[in-house]
Write a protein that binds this ligand. Structure first.
Ligand SMILES: [Zn+2]
Length: 461
């Protein structure tokens, strides 16, 4: 729930406005983590912040760049080490049945492990993950969980990613179902796939991992003989990090995450360090942020279910379809003919990738080239197009007013979507966040237009 409305760091947080969120679930988690060797050296505690919802602060310590924010023994994380150490979970997977054409990501395997732990903890009093599972949100606010009427009112860029996520998740679910099809829980004797875990459970578990995992260089955590090796496509460099996953993201801080040897040299610990922050020193009771990476809002929204207002790393991306739609809807552009060879050339040379506008830097090179090829030159022979596209870059500066038309077209499109979403009888949490995101995109495009598009010129044309 706390991830719904993350915004930028408010510096004027007063102690009085911060409510502690040390619920029973969090208290149980503290005890569990302490029993696994976590000492909470930096005196972190979970609080409710007006601007961001659930987050972390220290009640005692000031932080300056270079300070450790948190140090956590790897035993507290749910990593490849955890899965490889869990003999009964491993026993569900018969290595002989692994198929090199039907692999899953490590993320999907961790999601399966979460479902497994969920069922375990419903039957046994004290499992390893029970304390953690109780601190997970009941739902997630990525567009993936929008209702069907909401999905129908999302722009192509969002829908495309949501559809791709759905395809991936279903595919992994089917692979797991094939592998574990007949396995039964030894306690209740129910079949995991037909009686206990549903696709809905898997979706929720998948997004628990998607939204809450941290990057961990796993080579120190992986046994030399890894049971799951032949099942996993890609690396195993992620882990769920109980408690630590309460840190919110900010575009204003830089943080580093690394595995370090413990002082006795016997094990490893996960260390998060503050690299830079907007103020010299972060005071007690101020929310502590980490950086999930230099990510634009579209990525934050589709992967984590939130976005930042005036995100320093934001940009707005266009597709070739946007330009085709623009041509269809713009009276002036619509009167001309555009040879399909030009569009084919653009696709064949991937010029339609990286077509974006950035508030600070203006229009991307590829967007300029594409607008120039379509609107500013007459040829459709591939060899001539080639000379133009990969020739002198200066001649691509002439793409006004088409760039302005494109921005205006997009603003109208998003205005339509936000208005239509507001007309729905009710919005889900995902729908509310998605609609706010569209409004933020409109704010971004308007600011871009004011800074980079010569409005006078387009007005008079
Ligand atoms: Zn059972």
């Amino acid at each position: 729930m706390g991830r719904t409305q993350r915004r930028r760091h408010h510096r004027s947080l007063l102690k009085a406005t911060i409510k502690s969120v040390e619920s029973d679930a969090l208290h149980t988690l503290y005890s569990k983590l302490h029993s696994q060797g976590w000492r909470n050296d930096t005196q972190l505690s979970g609080c409710h912040f007006p601007a961001t919802g659930r987050g972390l602060c220290s009640k005692k310590q000031h932080f300056v760049p270079g300070d450790r924010l948190i140090t956590m023994p790897v035993e507290c994380l749910i990593s490849i080490f955890t899965l490889e150490s869990d003999e009964s979970f491993k026993a569900l997977f018969n290595v002989e049945h692994f198929d090199e054409d039907a692999r899953i990501s490590f993320q999907a395997l961790v999601a399966c492990y979460l479902m497994y732990q969920q069922h375990e903890s419903s039957e046994k009093a004290d499992t390893n993950s029970a304390a953690y599972l109780n601190t997970l949100p009941a739902n997630y606010t990525t567009p993936y969980f929008c209702t069907i009427p909401e999905l129908q009112l999302l722009p192509e860029a969002l829908l495309e990613r949501t559809v791709a996520q759905n395809r991936t998740i279903r595919n992994y679910y089917l692979i797991l179902e094939t592998l574990l099809g007949s396995k039964h829980c030894p306690n209740c004797n129910q079949c995991y796939f037909s009686d206990i875990w549903t696709l809905t459970d898997f979706r929720r578990a998948y997004f628990a991992v998607n939204t809450r995992s941290v990057y961990v260089e796993s080579r120190h955590l992986k046994p030399t003989k890894c049971h799951f090796q032949a099942l996993i496509a890609g690396d195993t460099n992620l882990a769920l990090a109980p408690f630590l996953d309460l840190f919110n993201h900010s575009d204003a801080v830089e943080t580093s995450a690394e595995l370090k040897r413990t002082s006795d040299g016997k094990s490893w610990e996960f260390v998060l360090t503050l690299v830079s922050a907007p103020s010299d020193s972060i005071k007690p009771y101020c929310e502590l942020f980490i950086s999930y990476g230099a990510l634009p809002n579209l990525k934050l929204l589709t992967e984590y279910g939130f976005f930042l207002e005036r995100n320093a790393h934001d940009y707005f991306e266009f597709s070739l379809l946007d330009i085709e739609h623009l041509i269809k809807h713009n009276k002036e552009l619509n009167t001309q003919n555009y040879h399909r060879n030009i569009f084919k050339f653009i696709r064949d040379h991937n010029l339609c990738d990286q077509m974006f506008v950035n508030l600070a830097d203006g229009c991307s090179h590829n967007l300029r080239v594409v607008l120039h090829l379509i609107f500013k030159q007459q040829s459709y022979f591939p060899n001539v197009l080639n000379q133009i596209a990969f020739g002198d870059a200066n001649k691509f500066d002439d793409v006004q007013p088409e760039l302005s038309y494109l921005i205006t077209y997009k603003l109208h499109e998003y205005e339509h979507y936000t208005a239509a979403l507001a007309q729905l009888p009710e919005l889900s949490d995902s729908g509310i966040v998605a609609r706010s995101y569209l409004l933020e995109c409109m704010r971004y495009l308007s600011d871009f237009e004011a800074a980079h598009c010569d409005l006078k010129l387009t007005d008079f044309e």
